[in-house]
Design a protein around this ligand. Structure first.
Ligand code: IMP
Length: 187
């Protein structure tokens, strides 16, 4: 285990189990919602780069409804600029109008990133807009954001890495989610 990690919070098996549950629940919801409308376009699953990559790959393979992939990349201004400011680095390739969108995120922390993205997407008039996050850290929330599907809810404010989540861009490839030792956490 890398030196910065205190302990494993969710093992690869824990994650696989939960992702399978989420995948079948989401598929069921959209199957019911879509009804039998043959003109309805497939669900557009929007992954937020880079952290959602492993989660989106596994989640969508646990889903058995027609769907398409798209991606957005955003960066939060850090340090001297005002906190909560979000910059779009890559926008969607697909037009959104009248489509069902499912945003896939690694973790919702303060909520600023998601809030910004949802505002940008709502004005493009999607048929529906839902959010699925692997992790939710409500103890750190600064803006209220609607989250429809949550993998795991963290109790405290701990910083975690692995399965897409990074610490200075490292550890995204760990197959598990681990808690970073307090001495390596910034706050
Ligand atoms: P928010 O805008 O504060 O909700 O931040 C969301 C983003 O912050 C996530 O997409 C992550 O990239 C990053 N983040 C927040 N908490 C953690 C964590 O515990 N580990 C790794 N990245 C985190």
């Amino acid at each position: 285990m890398p030196e910065i990690i205190e302990r494993v919070l969710y093992s690869a098996a824990d994650i696989a189990r939960r992702v399978a549950e989420l995948g079948s629940r989401i598929s069921q919801d959209y199957r019911e919602g879509a009804g039998r409308d043959p003109y309805r376009r497939p669900l557009l699953v929007v992954g937020l780069l880079k952290g959602a990559l492993p989660f989106m790959a596994d989640l969508t393979r646990a889903m058995d409804i027609p769907l398409e992939y798209d991606f957005m990349a955003v960066s939060s201004y850090q340090g001297r600029t005002s906190p909560g400011e979000v910059r779009i680095l890559k926008d969607l390739d697909s037009p959104v109008g009248a489509r069902d969108l499912l945003i896939v995120e690694d973790i919702v922390d303060t909520g600023h990133t998601l809030d910004h993205i949802l505002r940008r997407l709502r004005v493009r008039d999607p048929a529906s807009l839902r959010v699925c996050t692997l992790l939710d850290k409500p103890a750190r929330r600064e803006v209220e954001v609607p989250v429809h599907y949550v993998g795991f809810t963290l109790r405290g404010k701990e910083f975690v890495v692995g399965y897409g989540l990074d610490y200075a861009e490292l550890y995204r490839n760990l197959p598990y989610i681990g808690i970073v030792k307090p001495e390596y956490q910034e706050t």
